[in-house]
Ligand binder design. Structure first.
Ligand SMILES: Nc1ncnc2c1ncn2[C@@H]1O[C@H](COP(=O)(O)OP(=O)(O)OP(=O)(O)O)[C@@H](O)[C@H]1O
Ligand SMILES: [Mg+2]
Length: 290
């Protein structure tokens, strides 16, 4: 089996995205993955690095990710005792990834401060970095930078400057179709209840279509919804109708995951109830689990 087939075995669907990302990293490129939460970005990348057998080094892009945090720093206590040397240096994630030939995975790339992005750009362009009192650190050939960002994210983010975006390939990922999402929920929950899985996926997808919702839930919500309803059914025995269990499950699994439009007066609970009503009332047969 080639790398492509082995990677595909770990990921449901996403053939095109896998091909494109594999082509980009095989060509030695650094990549920006852009898509909403829960759209397989980490899953695809973890599958690729596992097959390449290189480390995947995570960093969260936020205001605290200073160049020092990214590159590393000299331990003040040790410097006091033994003066500066390469040994007193505590490497940060960028150096770890460069030295080990790993992929530096910068989540929420657009939240990192400008000077941190510039440090990254230098490492990407030159494949080496000069560290004070340590020397020049060369990147192993498999070192890559893979950045992610959520296009709907507006709080605390800066738009990428053109000098940054001009240096990256960009792969946009969206939500998968219903069949793929059902397959993901089946794999992640181990539930052998096709109707429950189908309902969890359909109701979760409906949160992405609803006019009052700015950003709906990803497949993570469907995974939790299916697991919670399964447990609830066991706790409550046969006393509650199936559709009622699903409503309670939706409030628990989805209410914190949907983000309403600012102008909307409704609550997440009301919006979820209306989604639930149109799903079960328009097709009463659904209220009888298969
Ligand atoms: N194509 C897929 N195949 C198998 N599992 C998947 C797939 N897509 C998503 N999942 C599952 O859904 C969940 C979310 O996926 P993942 O962590 O890859 O999303 P992400 O795009 O990295 O999200 P975020 O932007 O929030 O970090 C995980 O539990 C993952 O296992
Ligand atoms: Mg992720």
């Amino acid at each position: 089996m080639g790398v492509r087939e082995k990677v595909a075995a770990r990921v449901v669907g996403r053939e095109r995205e896998l091909d494109l990302l594999l082509a980009a990293v095989a060509a030695g490129r650094d990549v920006l993955l852009e898509g909403p939460p829960g759209t397989s970005k980490s899953t695809i990348l973890a599958a690729i690095t596992a097959e390449w057998d290189v480390p995947l080094v995570f960093v969260e892009g936020n205001a605290d990710l200073t160049p020092t945090r990214l590159v590393g720093h000299h331990s003040p206590a040790r410097v006091l005792r033994e003066d500066y040397s390469a040994d007193t240096f505590v490497p940060g994630p960028l150096l770890d990834a460069m030295r080990s030939g790993g992929f530096l995975y910068v989540e929420e790339f657009n939240r990192a401060p400008e000077d941190t992005l510039n440090t990254l750009l230098t490492a990407m362009a030159e494949r080496r970095i000069a560290v004070p009192r340590v020397g020049t650190v060369e990147a192993m050939p498999s070192f890559r930078v893979v950045a992610t960002m959520n296009p709907y994210d507006t709080i605390g983010t800066t738009r990428l400057s053109t000098s940054v975006s001009d240096r990256l390939c960009r792969l946009a990922v969206g939500y998968q179709d219903a069949a793929a999402e059902r397959a993901i929920v089946a794999v992640r929950t181990d539930l052998e209840q096709p109707q429950l899985i189908a309902d969890a996926v359909a109701l979760t997808r409906a949160t992405r279509e609803h006019e009052a919702i700015r950003q709906g839930s990803s497949v993570r919500g469907a995974i939790d919804l299916a697991l919670v309803v399964d447990r609830l059914a066991r706790l409550r025995g046969d006393t509650d109708p199936y559709a009622d269990l699903v409503l309670d499950g939706m409030l628990l699994a989805l209410s914190g995951r949907i983000h309403l439009d600012e102008v909307v007066e409704a609550t997440p609970e009301n919006v979820l109830r209306s989604i639930w009503e149109s799903y079960f009332v328009l097709d009463p047969a659904r209220a009888e689990p298969g």
